[in-house]
Design a protein around this ligand. Structure first.
Ligand SMILES: Nc1ncnc2c1ncn2[C@@H]1O[C@H](COP(=O)(O)OP(=O)(O)OP(=O)(O)O)[C@@H](O)[C@H]1O
Ligand SMILES: [Mg+2]
Length: 245
């Protein structure tokens, strides 16, 4: 029988372990079951794509894994960090030390250059990349002294990725990173996330509404109505540039 966590056949060390993860908003008749009894393991260095209709629980799951939100019941841990039941100071430390986030809207500080936006993070990190190296990694070596308003949407998102990866997080969590971008720009941004995963070995989870992006992943987790409907294993990962949209 298939393992309920969906990682049968994969080898490697699980870094995330979720068991019976449940998130309920409200109570009684008004209760919304955002996650229902989800079991999931994610292996070190894996590239996961989370797919599912609007309201299926994707962001809820990502936010619990990232220590931005708490489950109602069940158990979630990252390596030796118990996430469920942890207090805000512990979660803040966990996020700071281990997790990079990329969201649909880039949340750059408009009055700071690309380099300065990245430096904000590297100044408080333990073993960061130099902001210049992080921006070079995302292909923005020649845009470091530009302000967000002087950059395209795709370039701004790449600054946001540089900012997320500059602290060398073990985990990169991306919630619709290409949601605000056209196809061509989206491909460029995904290529950067793919590169970070491959070159830095960063465990990566990407939420998307675009099923074509699933071809980039090691595993594709399909959420439906708060449940993992099924998990696909890709025999090989397609390069973002080769995906037919
Ligand atoms: N703060 C909240 N209060 C009440 N209900 C919430 C809250 N946040 C999310 N929900 C509900 O939980 C369910 C799951 O939401 P979630 O944001 O995880 O979905 P999603 O799969 O990310 O959807 P989308 O693709 O639209 O971003 C939805 O029904 C949503 O309305
Ligand atoms: Mg969402």
């Amino acid at each position: 029988m298939a393992d309920r966590t969906g990682h049968d056949g994969l080898t490697g060390e699980p870094v995330f372990r979720a068991r019976g993860l449940t998130k309920t908003y409200g109570t009684g008749e008004a209760a919304v079951h955002a996650l229902r009894d989800v079991d999931l393991d994610i292996l070190a260095g894996e590239f996961i794509v989370l797919l599912g209709p609007s309201g299926s629980g994707k962001s809820t799951l990502l936010n619990i894994l990232g220590g931005l939100d708490a489950s109602t019941s069940g158990d979630a841990r990252y390596r030796d960090h118990q996430l469920t039941g942890a207090g805000e100071p512990e979660l803040t430390l966990y996020r700071r030390e281990h997790v990079g986030f990329v969201f649909q809207f880039y949340n750059l500080i408009p009055s700071l250059t690309a380099r300065e936006n990245v430096a904000l993070v590297t100044e408080i990190a333990r073993n960061p990349l130099a902001p210049e190296d992080a921006l070079t990694l995302v292909g923005l070596a020649d845009r470091m002294d530009h302000f967000p308003a002087q950059l395209s949407g795709g370039e701004q998102q790449r600054v946001a990725i540089a900012r997320a990866v500059a602290k060398r997080p073990e985990v990169l969590l991306c919630d619709e990173p290409t949601g605000a971008l056209d196809v061509q720009t989206g491909v460029r941004v995904l290529a950067v996330i793919d590169r970070v995963n491959r070159e830095l070995g960063t465990t990566t989870v990407v939420i998307t509404h675009n099923a074509a992006i699933a071809a980039m992943a090691d595993r594709v987790i399909h959420l439906s109505n708060g449940l993992i409907a099924h998990i696909d294993h890709n025999a090989w990962r397609q390069a973002p540039e080769e995906i037919v949209w």
